[in-house]
Design a protein around this ligand. Structure first.
Ligand SMILES: Cc1cc2nc3c(=O)[nH]c(=O)nc-3n(C[C@H](O)[C@H](O)[C@H](O)COP(=O)(O)OP(=O)(O)OC[C@H]3O[C@@H](n4cnc5c(N)ncnc54)[C@H](O)[C@@H]3O)c2cc1C
Length: 374
């Protein structure tokens, strides 16, 4: 086990808003080393916080105590219809192990460079969540360190722990490995762009369009905001759905990694390193269009930042592992970047607080990896 003895990894996260240097960084390489680190920290009265890629946005993976760098636990073993992934493996590493065997996790996040343990501790919503639920819904079993002891949990064994750890932000135990459900992967996909009038139209298209993967983006234009759904059909020989304005055929692997060129551009521009005050709320379907429209009516492009992104995703099934989350919610994400000449970080945080208050008043809740000071 590598004990770096100081803040070897940065005391910042992707949000870049909360700064917090750890007392010590420990990089365990096995579940036993995680258990040792947890017991040692407990004996010293120090807090222990696991950290994956640190892509949460308001200090969720940071601590002034012991930071457990989970990237020391990697490796993915693929078996019959499932994979056992170490918690520090990224979804890119999971996909690299499963795709050569024609298999894929049913739900992937838009960005692949985040850890299995990190997104399961958040929930993990993807474009296929209207069919398969969250990533946390597609886990068969977890290895977890609780109170310094390694245990396993699943729907049949320690079900209360299994439920608490998924979406638990590391507060109920440290995930060391996950048994992930796999499904057959298509070789190619057809991605179809469907322009929409407004938020209600986006939700109607997401409800009525038969697609394997479906998502929506809202972009600033001269006249206000433009709404667009991307409906993606897996396999060959599909007719584009009604309302399609553009299509693109691409290999499944390239589709899964579609954010990479944009990420490279944002890194080169310096935007990736700027603060990211992200507002993310789960809304009840019946109130989602009203909340989204009201939020956008009060927003300018400067409130979003130069590389900010607005996403709408109706999950349609299941429950997300967040306290007080509505059934089959809509995830509304206002992913702000505090770019030069745009709204300031405090202004963006205040806007996130207002969005969360509005969401709660309408029966919604936050996505806990967001940036909302409470
Ligand atoms: C560019 C980008 C794109 C994103 N896209 C999506 C998306 O499509 N869908 C989506 O749902 N989310 C998305 N997110 C949010 C993302 O799911 C969360 O921020 C997730 O937590 C990131 O994983 P990580 O490895 O960086 O975790 P970290 O940020 O390091 O950790 C997140 C939380 O989990 C805890 N934790 C980490 N590892 C473990 C572990 N092994 N055991 C227990 N607790 C642990 C941490 O203490 C912290 O509380 C995105 C974020 C970014 C920056």
């Amino acid at each position: 086990m590598l004990d770096a003895g100081g803040p070897a990894r940065s005391g910042r996260d992707f949000g870049g808003i909360v700064e917090c240097a750890p007392l010590r960084v420990v990089r365990p390489a096995s579940a036993e080393e995680v258990a040792d680190a947890v017991r040692t920290a407990a004996a010293q009265g120090a807090e222990v916080v696991p950290r994956g890629m640190g892509h949460s946005t308001y200090g969720q993976s940071l601590t002034r105590g012991v930071s457990l760098d989970m990237r020391g636990l990697t490796g993915v073993e693929v078996g019959q219809g499932q994979a056992v992934a170490a918690a520090g493996a990224t979804w890119r590493e999971v996909l690299a192990a499963t795709l050569p065997l024609g298999l894929t996790p049913p739900v992937l996040t838009d960005h692949l460079d985040m850890t299995v343990g990190g997104t399961l501790s958040a929930g993990g919503v993807g474009g296929t969540s209207h069919v398969h639920g969250t990533q946390a819904d597609n886990v068969r079993a977890l290895d977890v360190v609780v109170d310094g002891e390694p245990v396993t949990c699943s729907p049949a064994v320690r079900p209360a722990l299994f439920d608490a750890v998924r979406g638990g932000l590391g507060r109920h135990g440290v995930i060391t490995a996950a048994t992930l459900r796999l499904v057959p992967a298509s070789e190619r996909v057809l991605s179809c762009t469907i322009p929409c009038r407004d938020a209600a139209d986006v939700l109607r298209v997401q409800r009525e369009t038969r697609a394997d993967h479906i998502s929506a983006q809202v972009k600033p234009v001269e006249t206000g905001w433009a709404y667009e759904v991307k409906a993606v059909l897996y396999g060959d020989g599909h007719e584009p759905p009604a309302g399609t304005s553009e299509t693109e055929e691409l290999p499944y692997a390239a589709f899964c990694d579609r954010m990479r060129p944009d990420v490279e551009k944002l890194i080169a521009l310096g935007e990736w390193a700027r603060p990211h005050p992200w507002g993310m709320v789960f809304l009840p379907m019946s109130r989602a269009a009203a909340v989204i429209e009201a939020t956008l009516a009060a927003m300018t492009p400067g409130d979003l930042g130069l590389s900010g992104v607005i996403l709408i995703k109706a999950l349609r099934i299941g429950r997300v592992p967040m306290p007080a989350a509505p059934d089959a919610p809509v995830l509304f994400s206002v992913l702000r970047t505090a770019s030069p000449g745009c709204a300031s970080v405090p202004e963006m945080l205040a806007a996130n607080r207002a969005l969360l208050a509005l969401a709660r008043a309408e029966g919604g809740t936050r996505y806990a990896v967001d940036s909302v000071p409470e």
